[in-house]
Design a protein around this ligand. Structure first.
Ligand SMILES: [Zn+2]
Length: 317
């Protein structure tokens, strides 16, 4: 089964061609999410066209287009139900029609954290584990839960995926979801520059001279004992562990897998996070395993292939 797969993120749009959980080809383009999704569709189609030409694959060889998208998706129709400050035009677009016209393929689409979880479940850190929670730490905070080998979806498709909007500080920072003090509003790549600049030690921090304030910079400077970076790192681990403890209390998982751009190359943070979670979670039977994701960007692409398989999209072969 050959599948076209895409992970439409806020920073990059990643695309691939998969066959039996193997990526035959992979490509990524800049997201330009502030422009909306419609202007990106021809760029996505062009990237797939050139990738398929290079790989010697026709669209007629493929069974579907599987897409991971950062929102709530109506699984049966592929309709985007809401937006979170990215691709604001997405709910108005007929994406299944676009997929039919551009590729002559059915579209299967799902929330990106869920799709990444499917990828880690099938081929990464979740293999052999049917009860685990996935947390992706990045521009926003994504979560997803698998219980008894089934994704938790809920009546309206939003169960399990709003972990980033669990309140960790009552009356805290306003969040794009309308709430205050959500984990995502307190510690994510999107809010990090603002939180850094408000910190009392920012004027004397190495962060002040940087064009881009991201977690890679915070973790690097924290290792050099930069006072502001050390405080931001500790604050963020505090927020993420509060979020993970809540997810453990809700879903009773065997394992929590941490993925997303923030944690790549930050093994020391995973260890600190696990220690903080262990100290707080009520798990009288033992401890939930906290493990790093293994597939990186490929998780959502491999997961999108599984999603297509799970949905049993009509085969063209
Ligand atoms: Zn929120």
């Amino acid at each position: 089964m050959i599948t076209l797969v895409a992970d439409i993120g806020g920073t990059r749009i990643k695309m691939g061609i998969t066959k039996d959980q193997t990526l035959l080809a992979q490509r990524s383009i800049e997201a330009r999410s502030h422009e909306g999704l419609e202007p990106q569709l021809p760029r996505i189609a062009a990237a797939f066209a050139s990738m398929c030409a290079e790989a010697g694959i026709q669209y007629a060889d493929c069974c579907a287009l599987g897409v991971a998208f950062p929102s709530v998706i109506e699984l049966e129709t592929g309709r985007v139900l809401t937006t979170f400050g990215k691709y604001l035009d997405a709910p108005q677009l007929d994406l299944p029609r676009w997929a039919r016209e551009a590729f002559q393929l059915p579209l299967v689409m799902e929330n990106d954290a869920r799709v990444a979880q499917l990828g880690e479940w099938q081929a990464g850190a979740g293999r052999g584990c049917d009860d685990f929670v996935m947390v992706t730490l990045g521009t926003g905070l994504g979560t997803s839960a698998l219980m008894g080998g089934q994704l938790v979806r809920g009546t309206h498709g939003q169960a399990g995926i709003f972990g980033g909007h669990i309140t960790v500080r009552q009356g805290g920072r306003p969040c794009i979801c309308g709430n205050r003090g959500c984990a995502e509003a307190e510690a994510s790549t999107a809010v990090l520059p603002m939180i850094a600049r408000e910190h009392r030690d920012f004027p004397s921090s190495g962060l002040r001279s940087l064009d881009v304030i991201d977690y890679a910079a915070v973790f690097r400077l924290a290792r050099d004992h930069d006072v502001c970076a050390v405080a931001l790192r500790a604050h963020s681990i505090e927020v993420w562990s509060a979020l993970i403890v809540s997810l453990i209390h809700v879903f009773d998982p065997e394992r929590v897998i941490i993925g997303g751009g923030i944690m790549s190359g930050a093994a020391d943070c995973i260890a600190d996070l696990a220690r903080s979670v262990r100290a707080r979670a009520h798990t009288p039977w033992g401890h939930v395993e906290i493990a790093p994701a293994l597939l990186g960007d490929a998780a959502a692409l491999i997961g999108a292939e599984f999603l297509v398989r799970e949905k049993r999209a009509p085969s063209r072969q």
